[in-house]
Design a protein around this ligand. Structure first.
Ligand code: GLC
Length: 560
C-alpha cells in the first residue's frame, strides 16, 4: 500500500476548521503574492524575563507585524519550532510534537496568539519537522530499547557491515557519517542531520499516520499551515545503495563537504508519496498552506510544489537566489530559473535570510539591504522576511560550547533589536544570545524615521498589497538595460510595472525609450528621489545600489 493510501485509510477526515481573514482576495489562494514573516521564537521577544523569547512575547509585539499604526503589514507569520525539545538542534529536534516547551509558554498561550493574529488578519504557520524526531522522543526511546520494540521500524536500522563498518557511505547534511551504531541492539540508525535527530522511516505506514495526527492537532487549533522542514530528505533508497562520488556538481550551490553526490538519500522519487500524504491532510481543511524547505536546484522545485489543485505542496522555497552572490548576473539567472521551473501557474517562495544562513545584510553588505528589500518584495511569488532583516540586522559572533549551535548558525539568531538599550528591549533578563548592535539598528528608532530601512519595507509591502500586478502579475526578465542592472516587468490587466535595480556600487543611467512612452515612480530604495512622472526616459540616473519601481505607459502599439 502506498504511504498516502495508508495514511488516508488510517485517519478518517477530521472536523473541518476554518477562519475568516478580513482582507483575503477571493478566487486566489491567500499565499500567492503574500509576504510571510519568519519568527525565530527564541529571539523575537521575551515576556517573562528569562532571556528566552516566548509566545506571550510575540503576542505583545504583534503591532510590529500587522494591524498597528506602524506595522509592516505582512500577511502571515511562520513560527520556527517551539515544541518540547532537548535543543540539540534548537528545536528542530522535537521530543513532543503536540506541546509547547515551557520556556516558550503553554498551549493556552498559543491559542491566544493564534486568535490575536487572526483578529488582525495575520495567518499563522508552524514548522513541521517530519524527517526526524529527537533521540529523546518516546518513539525513539522505545525503538532503540530492543529490536522487537513497537516503534523499531519507525526509524531506519541496519546491521553493521564487515568489521563493524557503517551500512553504507551516506553522509549527513553537515558532511559527517549519517549512521550511528546503537550499542544496545548492535544496529546502526540513520540520521540525516545531527546524531540526536534519528530519521523517521516514512515507508512504514504508521509514520505518515502519526504525523497526520500531529498535523491535525495543530490544524484543528486553527493554524493556517506549515513550513515543512527538510522535505527533500524524507525519501531514501530502501536498498541503502552507496552514493557515488560527486562527479559533477549536482547543486548550483554548496557541495557536500564530504564530496558526495547524495543520489540515494536526498530528493528521491518516493518523496512524492510523503508529500501527497501531507497534502491530503491539509486538504481536509480550507485554505491551508504547505510550504516546503528543499535544498534542491530549481529544476526540481516542480516536483515538490504544484498549482494548489494537485497533490504536491503549495509552495517551495527557492534557495538558488538566497545563495547567489550579490551581482546582477547570478541574481537574474537564479530568478529566471526559479520562475521558469516552477509548476505552471505557480511561483517560488523567495527569501534572502533565515535561521540557517548568514544574514544577508552581512553577506551582501549593509549598504545593499534597501535594494535587497526592493528586489525581494517585487518578485512574482511569495516573499519571506526573516526576523530582523527589516531593520538591517547583521550577524553576531557565533557562540561556542554548550547552549550554542555547533555549526555556528547562532550568528543569524541573535535577538531582535526593539530599542537602543543594551538588551535591545528584547528581555528584562540576560538574553540567551548577546545582542549585536541595538544602538545602531532598532525598531523604535526606525519606525519613526521615514528614511529608515524599516519604513522602506513598510512602504514596499503596502505597495505590493495595493498592486494586483505586484501580487499576482506575470514577471518578465529584461536583460539589456546595461551592466550591473537587474530588471523585470510585472503586469496584470492594464497595470504594467518595471522594477529596475542597479546592483553595482557605482552610478549609472538607463534608457527606457524602447519599452515605455512614460514612467511614474512608485517606490525607490534610496530616499530623496522625487516622486511622480519621470521627465527624460532617455537618461534616468540611478545611484549606486538604487532600485526603482515604475509604472509604465507602454510605447504606442507595443505589448510588454
Ligand atoms: C532545516 C532547519 C535547520 C535544521 C534542519 C534539521 O534545514 O531549517 O535549522 O537544522 O532542518 O531539522
Amino acid at each position: 500500500m502506498s504511504v498516502a493510501g495508508a495514511w488516508s485509510q488510517a485517519w478518517p477526515p477530521a472536523r473541518r476548521a476554518s477562519v475568516t481573514i478580513g482582507h483575503n482576495v477571493q478566487s486566489e489562494h491567500w499565499w500567492q503574492g503574500a509576504v510571510i514573516y519568519q519568527i525565530y521564537p527564541r529571539s523575537f521577544a521575551d515576556a517573562n524575563g528569562d532571556g528566552i523569547g516566548d509566545l506571550p512575547g510575540i503576542l505583545s509585539r504583534l503591532d510590529h507585524l500587522r494591524g498597528g499604526p506602524m506595522s509592516l503589514g505582512v500577511d502571515a507569520v511562520w513560527l520556527s519550532p517551539f515544541f518540547k525539545s532537548p535543543l540539540a538542534d534548537f528545536g528542530y529536534d522535537v521530543s513532543d510534537y503536540t506541546d509547547v516547551a515551557p520556556e516558550y509558554g503553554s498551549l493556552d498561550d498559543l491559542d491566544a496568539l493564534i486568535a490575536a493574529c487572526h483578529a488582525r488578519g495575520l495567518r499563522v504557520l508552524l514548522d513541521l519537522v517530519a524527517n526526524h524526531t529527537s533521540d529523546q522522543h518516546p518513539w525513539f526511546t522505545d525503538a532503540r530499547s530492543s529490536r522487537a520494540s513497537r516503534h523499531r521500524d519507525w526509524y531506519w536500522w541496519a546491521d553493521p557491515g564487515p568489521d563493524g563498518a557503517s551500512p553504507n557511505d551516506w553522509t549527513t547534511a553537515f558532511g559527517d557519517p549519517a549512521w550511528l551504531l546503537d550499542e544496545v541492539t548492535n544496529q546502526y540508525f540513520l540520521h540525516s542531520f545531527f546524531a540526536e535527530q534519528p530519521d523517521l522511516n516514512w515507508a512504514n505506514p504508521e509514520v505518515p499516520s502519526a504525523m497526520g495526527e500531529v498535523m491535525r492537532f495543530w490544524l484543528n487549533r486553527g493554524v493556517d499551515g506549515f513550513r515543512v522542514d527538510a522535505i527533500d530528505a524524507v525519501g531514501k533508497d530502501p536498498e541503502l545503495s552507496d552514493n557515488p562520488r560527486e562527479l559533477r556538481r549536482p547543486f548550483p550551490f554548496a557541495p557536500d563537504p564530504a564530496g558526495q553526490y547524495r543520489l540515494w538519500n536526498r530528493d528521491r522519487p518516493v518523496t512524492a508519496q510523503v508529500v501527497r500524504a501531507m497534502r491530503r491532510v491539509a486538504d481536509e481543511y480550507e485554505d491551508r498552506l504547505l510550504l516546503g524547505e528543499a535544498y534542491v536546484p530549481a529544476e526540481r522545485m516542480g516536483a515538490y510544489a504544484g498549482d494548489g489543485s494537485d497533490d504536491r505542496l503549495h509552495l517551495v522555497f527557492d534557495f538558488e537566489l538566497l545563495l547567489s552572490e550579490w551581482d546582477a548576473d547570478p541574481f537574474g539567472h537564479a530568478i529566471a530559473r526559479g520562475l521558469a521551473y516552477s509548476a505552471p501557474g505557480t511561483a517560488p517562495a523567495w527569501a534572502f535570510s533565515n535561521h540557517d544562513q548568514r544574514r544577508h545584510a552581512s553577506r551582501f553588505g549593509l549598504d545593499a539591504a534597501p535594494l535587497a528589500a526592493l528586489i525581494l518584495l517585487t518578485l512574482r511569488g511569495t516573499s519571506v522576511i526573516y526576523t530582523g532583516e527589516e531593520i538591517g540586522m547583521v550577524d553576531g559572533e557565533p557562540g561556542t560550547g554548550p547552549g550554542h549551535d555547533p555549526l555556528g548558525r547562532d550568528r543569524s539568531r541573535s535577538p531582535l533589536q526593539w530599542d537602543g538599550s543594551p538588551s535591545g528591549g528584547f528581555s528584562s533578563g540576560r538574553p540567551w544570545l548577546p545582542l549585536v548592535d541595538p544602538e545602531r539598528a532598532n525598531v523604535e528608532d526606525q519606525a519613526h524615521d521615514p528614511g529608515s530601512l524599516l519604513s522602506l519595507y513598510r512602504r514596499l509591502i503596502e505597495l505590493r498589497s495595493a498592486s494586483a500586478a505586484l501580487r499576482r502579475g506575470e514577471q518578465r526578465m529584461l536583460y539589456d538595460l546595461g551592466p550591473g542592472i537587474l530588471a523585470w516587468t510585472r503586469s496584470l490587466g492594464g497595470e504594467q510595472l518595471l522594477v529596475v535595480a542597479n546592483m553595482a556600487r557605482q552610478p549609472t543611467t538607463i534608457d527606457l525609450r524602447a519599452i515605455a512612452s512614460g514612467a511614474r515612480l512608485l517606490a525607490a530604495s534610496v530616499s530623496g528621489r522625487e516622486g511622480g512622472a519621470l521627465r527624460d526616459l532617455r537618461r534616468i540616473p540611478l545611484a549606486p545600489l538604487e532600485g526603482l519601481v515604475l509604472e509604465l505607459t507602454p510605447p504606442h502599439g507595443s505589448v510588454l
